[in-house]
Design a protein around this ligand. Sequence first.
Ligand code: MEV
Length: 444
Amino acid sequence: MRKVSSFSKLSKYEKISWLAKNFLYESPVDVINNFAGFWYENVEIQKQFDGFSENTISNFHLPFGVAPNFLINGKDYVIPMVTEESSVVAAVSNAAKFWMERGGIQAKVIDTQKLGQVHFFFQGSPEKLKIYFQNHKSELIKSAADLTANMEKRGGGLLRLDLLDMTHLEPNYYQFKVAFETCDSMGANFINSVLERLGSEFRKMVASSDEFSPEESIEINMCILSNYTPDCLVEASVSCTVEDLGIVNGFAPQHFADKFTKAVRIAEIDVHRATTHNKGILNGIDSLVIATGNDFRAVESCIHTYAAKDGQYRSLSKAWIEKDIFHLSLKFPIALGTVGGLTSLHPLAKTSLQILGNPSAQDLMKIAAAVGLMQNFAAVKSLTTTGIQLGHMKMHLTNIIAELKANLEEAKQIETYFNDKVISVSEVRNYLQKLRDSISPKTI
Ligand code: MEV
């Protein structure tokens, strides 16, 4: 077993050397060169990146793209997107342009509440606990006043504190469910600090109250925000007359609209399709979330829980035709920040927010909904008309060309040749070989 102690205290070079020797079995110099190739030349920026995480030995780059032609609530945007998946940015840009020409996207924030929980165990009468809680609730909230003061000045703070009796699920288990408004910040640190204060104060209050016997004590199990924020909700939609959809990839408007709405219906009723359908939506949302320095794991877990809120995992979007109008809408909860955390520290996250016109958190929620909606439109449009592989394979071809190290002239010829053919790595490799053979005949 290759156990190591005090690894974090080693220098970056020492860490890489250890890795090279123990796991890569390569010369440390080569391994250092490989990792160092991805360091920033600017030492200060590299230091900043190293500081975001621990045991940092290099940077892992992802493509940063932009998707133009977004018209959201009458305002035009270019969307910064960080994704490694080819065709995501191209597809969303096409969809955005399509809808820009049809009045754009409508988006609205329904609510912005974030949630946290204090999980605790109490041995004793539930009734006594509930009465005590009601009588001392404002005192308990006041105990966190020093922590909430700043957020209150910004228009946020603690909105609601409820005691939930969970003893029907687990003996002696209770929780505080706490609702917060965190304005433009994602608010994780703020929420967790307040929760820890509420938990420890309540435990002390009960322990020192003569209303409870010494046996009736509280044990705090944990205090943590919940990434499921069903009341931090946003909705985006597009609509136009069926006729205005025009001919879509060779499909007459009514035919396309019918196929499209049926496809979304399938994602509402079939869990396997729903998962892929929502993955497509998240292709867009995640790319924006990463580009703006937000927490994509939190966003993903929240959205998936919401998709399963009625007991079955379902499509996040809905599509329907009513009185000859085609509608597509998308609703989901998302907790985002535009101040604090990585949003201000990561130089490119800052730039992303600048590209978006330095939006408020609510604006960013609307932009995320619009991007998810467009990504969904693009995917379902392709799936129900040309099939997804046409677009994917074009982008795939670019990657294959790069992988095979074709030069510019060869790349052009490959693109022309494969324009109407099935693409695979081996087919492209064979074609490239033929091209090269025809230019430089083998000497015998
Ligand atoms: C691929 O990353 C995303 C899609 O599979 C989404 C979908 O099927 O709706 C194309």
